[in-house]
Design a protein. Structure first.
Length: 322
């Protein structure tokens, strides 16, 4: 059975990749910066290897003997006080893992990109066919565009890369970073006074893990696969979540877009002063206004990728978070 290294294993995507690999009997090594955290969050069957994608010298020994690499590590946040971290982690970290993988001559390099690298119009479906040639509107998105292009360039150096593009991920897994799980928790505890305008695509974490492993097992080098299930407004999503929690709870009102933009601009200016994340990161609002609709026809047809019924996925997530 293949021996596999996973980066980002204590994040939501990497965690679910590890779960899917272990179910199939693969030998899994997880690169972690903190062994105690890794032991707390990851299954005991997973071998922990101390290392950091920002430290090239730690990657080569970690990758020794591995057949496949799943590179899921990165900063998914839409705001960081130190903007340089997006480039340091998402771009230079990817460059480091590429260099180590080329030297190790791995058989497969599975890269977790993002749907943000594609072109898509408001209210229109898009697929894997067109990479957006223009820089996106946030530092996070631009860092992922840069990292994606590094992997593309490495294909010419014989890096056996396959690209996965998840939508907004939710579900069981580590909960110490912001994201949809955090939104569900706050919604449940009535900490969401108003909803932001806009919509977003979503996908269940365990399904994302399955999609990565199916791609590793079946896809051709250089292929891309979008992993997305439902595209919902925050209003519709909140209604579904609250209907599960307590059907009598009212869905919060929607904040007007102009007011959300004002709060976002002033909030980020204040956040840089007090070193605390803004109430509405500009990147988050930007993403909610994109409203392009990714579809996963290719993954469903070519990989036989399946998604968990959405209500079942929400119920499982809320139970995990309770």
């Amino acid at each position: 059975m293949k021996k596999v290294l996973v980066t980002g294993g204590t994040g939501l995507v990497g965690f679910n990749i590890i779960q899917s690999l272990l179910k199939r009997g693969y030998q899994v090594k997880a690169l972690v910066r903190d062994l105690d955290k890794g032991q707390r969050l990851l299954p005991s069957e997973c071998q922990l290897v101390l290392g950091d994608i920002c430290q090239l010298e730690t990657l080569k020994p970690a990758m020794s003997g591995c057949d496949w690499v799943f590179h899921a590590a990165g900063y998914p946040e839409q705001w960081m006080k130190d903007d340089k971290l997006f480039q340091k982690v998402n771009v230079q970290g990817t460059a480091n893992i590429i260099e180590a993988a080329l030297e190790a001559k791995v058989e497969r390099f599975i890269y977790t990109s993002t749907i943000d690298v594609f072109s898509g119009g408001k209210g229109l479906e898009f697929d894997e066919s067109i990479i957006d040639p223009e820089p996106k509107g946030t530092l996070y998105e631009r860092s992922k565009q840069d990292a994606d292009q590094l992997v593309v360039s490495a294909l010419k150096k014989s890096l056996p890369a396959i690209f996965l593009h998840p939508a907004g991920v939710f579900g069981p897994g580590p909960t110490d970073s912001p994201g949809m799980n955090d939104f569900f928790t706050k919604l449940k505890s009535k900490q969401v006074p108003m909803l932001l305008p806009g919509s977003l695509p979503l996908v269940y974490g365990p399904d994302v893990g399955e999609g990565h492993v199916l791609a590793a097992e079946q896809a051709n080098i250089g292929e891309r696969f979008i992993l997305s299930d439902q595209h919902l407004s925050l209003v519709d999503l909140s209604r579904q979540v609250l209907n599960i929690i307590n059907p009598t709870l009212k869905t919060p009102l929607v904040m007007p877009l102009f007011f959300a933009k004002i709060v976002s601009v002033f909030g980020e200016a204040l956040a840089n002063t007090i070193n605390k994340a803004p109430l509405i990161p500009k990147g988050q609002l930007y993403f909610l206004q994109w409203q392009a609709i990714p579809h996963s026809k290719k993954a469903r047809q070519q990989l036989a990728w399946k998604t968990t019924p959405f209500r079942e996925a929400l119920e499982s997530t809320l139970e995990f978070l309770s």
